[in-house]
Structures are given as C-alpha cells and as structure tokens.
Write a protein that binds this ligand. Structure first.
Ligand SMILES: [Zn+2]
Ligand SMILES: [Zn+2]
Length: 161
C-alpha cells in the first residue's frame, strides 16, 4: 500500500463548493454512465491536476480558511476500483515469518496462498487485510447535490483545516 496522495489508482473525490471539481465530477459521471473508461481516466487525471493546484494549499494549517456548505452524502463502494485482498504470515515465536501473498483480487486467491504456505512451512497464523474504495455521493443523486454545491454558501460552518 502506498502513502496517501501518491496513490494514482484511486479516483479523486470532488471538493465541496468547488465549481471546477463539480464540473469534472459531472463529466466523470457521464463517462461512467456510457462505460467510457478512457474518458473517465482522463477526467480523473484532470481532477487530480486541478486539485493539486487549487486545493493542495488547504493541507497547510492556518494558511487558508474554507467555508463549506453542508450537503448530505451517502458513502458507496466505488465500482470502478477492484477491492483488494491480501494476507501476511505472522507465525513464529520471536520474529514473525512475514511472507506475503501480495494484493489479490479475490479472497479465494488469498486462501489458496495460505493453504500452500502452510503446507510448505507448517505456519498457521495469518493477518488478512481487505481494502476497497469508497465514494461520497450527494444524497438525491449527483445532479441535485452538485447544483446545491455550486451555490455560494451564505451561512456556513467555518473550518480551519
Ligand atoms: Zn476543485
Ligand atoms: Zn510463514
């Protein structure tokens, strides 16, 4: 697993109240709707580029103040990214074995790896990990949420991030 920010396989999430993010997210939704994977990838690249330029500074505390409007979101699993399964052998008295299956696309592959490793080594204890990608979607669909998000906030919580 790579550090946050350096992961380019994860689709970027639009920043609330940003018109550019909203526009790109809408493009991506359209691309997804027609299963245009390359258009979807292009949009992700553009959004990542834009977010690096426009939103990166918000990671520095005290530099920027961001107002945001409350939009109810649902959290859904990102169907465009495969869930990841992995396991590591933690057998051993003093130092653990540490053998790893690597990232697999299915839990059965991980089990198969464990079975083989146990057969070879008699090691019996494993640490299994699972990761997936989640997307925040405005309640009432993307259209509704984005329209709300595009309006400038009048009364908003002020958050220093
Ligand atoms: Zn943005
Ligand atoms: Zn082992």
């Amino acid at each position: 697993m790579s550090a946050p920010g350096s992961d380019t396989s994860r689709p970027p999430v639009p920043v609330a109240d940003c018109a550019t993010c909203a526009e790109l997210a809408e493009c991506r939704e359209l691309a997804r709707a027609v299963f245009d994977r390359s258009a979807e990838t292009d949009t992700n690249v553009l959004m990542r580029q834009h977010q690096r330029q426009a939103h990166e500074s918000q990671a520095h505390p005290g530099r920027t103040r961001r107002t945001f409007r409350y939009v109810p979101f649902t959290i859904v699993q990102d169907a465009t990214a495969e869930p990841e399964y992995a396991t590591r052998c933690v057998s051993g008295d003093e130092a653990e074995c540490g053998a790893e299956s690597g990232v697999r696309g299915h839990p059965a592959d991980v089990e198969e790896w464990q079975r083989r490793h146990t057969q070879e080594t008699r090691h019996a204890r494993y640490r299994r990990t699972f990761a997936d990608y989640a997307v925040m979607e405005p309640l009432g669909g993307f259209e509704a949420g984005l329209t709300v998000g595009l309006e400038p906030a009048r009364v908003a919580r002020v958050r220093t991030s």
